[in-house]
Ligand binder design. Structure first.
Ligand code: SF4
Length: 334
């Protein structure tokens, strides 16, 4: 059975049944799947990793996602990193750490004042460090707000679809719809952003067919990046009592993403490490080619960004170097 699945994947016959069976592979079958994914990565990305620094610029959010610890209902102290501090952080990351790719992340805050502040930060970064790449992850905004951010020089935007099932989407994100998200993804691409998206694996109410749908859903968009996070029941979220997602299922999903969409940048996320010690290394072994170093957010503010768990794993440079080396990968930004 395993041989037939691997043979089908090698031949590129990726029908629903093959994908579903491949998602369930374990032990030597899983090793063969990962090996196939790494071959694809080697051919398309030459065993290099895109390394990013993340700056969690604000935890203010107007959304009410059931899986999240920083939703609008959370009693968390809110912050926005002051402009001068942002300027110092970005200078340090560029000059002292040699980073060139910056991920600026926030909860969803559609106020024009906040978007203007982000625009100012982008403007500063691109004026002073023109070879930098700026990735934004700020949620659903309006067409004019996205356009403003693009015109200041932002390069990419991550907007996860979380699940391709519209009913499940509204259950996990009350107040938002999958249609609205799809419209935003379309707007971002039309404005000229390189767009990333992705899902969460193990959400309450999700089944294996949903994951096959999610994998195929990715192909409907012109994406340059896609991710899969393991569901971690956030301690202060509505889903705090739910079972966590399955690490192996997430890794298999990532390997299939690599095989189905060879050109995509695929991160090995810190949720994998939270889910299982060594999980982020396994993400690289399953074909991922992107890692995020958590050295952009000022230390005193990190505890106010407990997005998926209050005991987050926030990998530092030493950890990232170690797993990259172990996986036989390298990065120009280290
Ligand atoms: S997942 Fe993002 S949009 Fe949803 S509540 Fe959390 S920070 Fe806000």
């Amino acid at each position: 059975m395993t041989e037939m699945i691997i043979e089908n994947l090698q031949k590129g016959s990726l029908d629903r049944k093959t994908i579903e069976s491949a998602l369930a592979l374990k032990d030597s079958g899983q090793s063969q799947l990962f090996s196939l994914a790494r071959d694809v990565r080697r051919r398309h990305h030459k065993d290099t990793v895109e390394l990013r620094s993340v700056i969690e610029i604000s935890n203010t959010c107007s959304q009410d996602c059931c899986f999240c610890n920083i939703s609008v209902r959370s009693a968390l102290k809110r912050y926005i990193i002051p402009y001068d501090e942002y300027v110092r952080r970005i200078g340090y990351l560029y000059q002292a750490k040699n980073r060139r790719v910056f991920l600026i992340q926030s909860g969803e805050n559609r106020s024009q004042k906040f978007v203007d502040f982000i625009a100012r930060c982008i403007d500063h970064t691109k004026s002073n460090y023109p070879d930098s790449v700026i990735i934004l992850c700020l949620g659903n905004l309006s067409h004019s707000q996205y356009s403003l951010l693009k015109s200041c020089g932002a390069d990419r935007y991550i907007l996860k679809f979380e699940t391709s099932d519209p009913v499940l989407y509204e259950k996990i994100k009350p107040g938002d719809t999958l249609n609205e998200r799809i419209e935003c993804i379309g707007m971002l691409a039309e404005i000229g952003f390189e767009v990333g998206s992705g899902n969460i694996i193990g959400l309450p109410g999700q089944d294996i067919r949903d994951l096959v749908n999610d994998l195929l859903f990715i192909g409907k968009f012109k994406l340059t990046m896609a991710s899969a996070s393991v569901f971690i029941p956030g301690e202060a979220s509505d889903f705090s009592g739910e079972d966590p997602g399955d690490t192996d299922l997430t890794l298999n999903y990532m390997a299939l993403m690599r095989i189905l969409y060879p050109e995509l940048l695929i991160p090995s996320t810190s949720s994998l490490e939270k889910s299982r010690k060594g999980g982020q290394y396994l993400g690289l072994m399953a074909g991922a080619d992107t890692l995020t170093v958590h050295d952009g957010t000022p230390r005193r503010l990190k505890k106010y960004f407990p997005i998926y768990t209050t005991h987050r794993f926030t990998p530092n440079e030493t950890f990232i170097k170690r797993i990259m080396k172990k996986a036989g990968l390298s990065s120009a930004c280290m």
